[in-house]
Ligand binder design. Structure first.
Ligand SMILES: [Zn+2]
Ligand SMILES: [Zn+2]
Length: 246
């Protein structure tokens, strides 16, 4: 499902509670995150709705290397020749998407968190845990990345060791990836929070990394799971901190 202009020139596609984004600059596009394997169809229909073609995509930037954000990455790279950028700490995840670090076992959440069950079922139906590994990636440094939209890459480790947020200063927006979310896929809870320990490798570090997001003072924060937050980065971070790890 495509929602246009969640921020100025940034469009959101949601597939089974996973968000990914299309950033427009003139006729050119950057895709941020690649959803689930079945999101390829959503990509084609979103491009159609925007009057764009796959060839207009100049870059795919991954906020982090988790399985539920790698969906169509390899296909876009291989079939359309789009370069894939990710922080170097998450390069191993792009090659072995199911070998991710956890602070707490996944089974505990699957057995106890009834509200999260529909999300897990949606993930399974879309083969979320089985994206194609990405054969070639570019390691992105911090600072301004020279792709459409010219995001400022902010290193925000903790959720994964290479998790990055992307700040678009002229658009007053940040794409946070899973550094902070407004829907926790492992508990089914809503509102600003960290993702549960089932998919967060170092919650304490994740809490510290929230400073980088607050410092942007952006009005809009777009997250990997849940609704866009338009109440300011500072307030979002304050609420997520209050809630703490889960
Ligand atoms: Zn994640
Ligand atoms: Zn995620």
């Amino acid at each position: 499902m495509l929602t246009k202009n969640v921020a100025d020139g940034i469009h959101c596609v949601e597939d089974a509670s996973v968000n990914w984004f299309l950033v427009e600059e003139d006729e050119r596009l950057t895709v941020v995150d690649a959803g689930l394997p079945t999101s390829w169809r959503s990509l084609l229909s979103a491009l159609d709705e925007l009057g764009r073609r796959p060839e207009d995509i100049e870059a795919l930037v991954l906020t982090h290397g988790h399985f539920d954000h790698l969906g169509f990455a390899e296909r876009l790279r291989f079939e359309v020749g789009v370069p894939v950028y990710v922080h170097e700490n998450d390069v191993p995840l792009t090659r072995h998407p199911r070998q991710y670090g956890r602070d707490r076992p996944l089974w505990w959440y699957l057995l106890t968190q009834i509200k999260a069950l529909p999300i897990a079922v949606g993930f399974l139906a879309r083969r979320a845990w089985w994206p194609q590994p990405i054969k070639k990636v570019h390691r992105m440094p911090e600072g301004v990345l020279d792709v459409p939209g010219r995001p400022r890459v902010l290193f925000t480790p903790g959720h994964t060791l290479g998790q990055c947020a992307l700040h678009f200063p002229e658009r007053d927006a940040v794409i946070a990836g899973d550094a902070v979310v407004t829907l926790n896929p492992y508990r089914g809870t809503r509102g600003p929070q960290l993702v549960s320990g089932a998919a967060t490798v170092d919650p304490e570090r994740a809490l510290r990394s929230l400073d980088a997001i607050a410092d942007t003072k952006a009005t809009t924060v777009l997250v990997g799971h849940g609704e866009a937050w338009t109440g300011g980065a500072g307030r979002l971070v304050e609420l997520a901190r209050r809630r703490g790890p889960s």
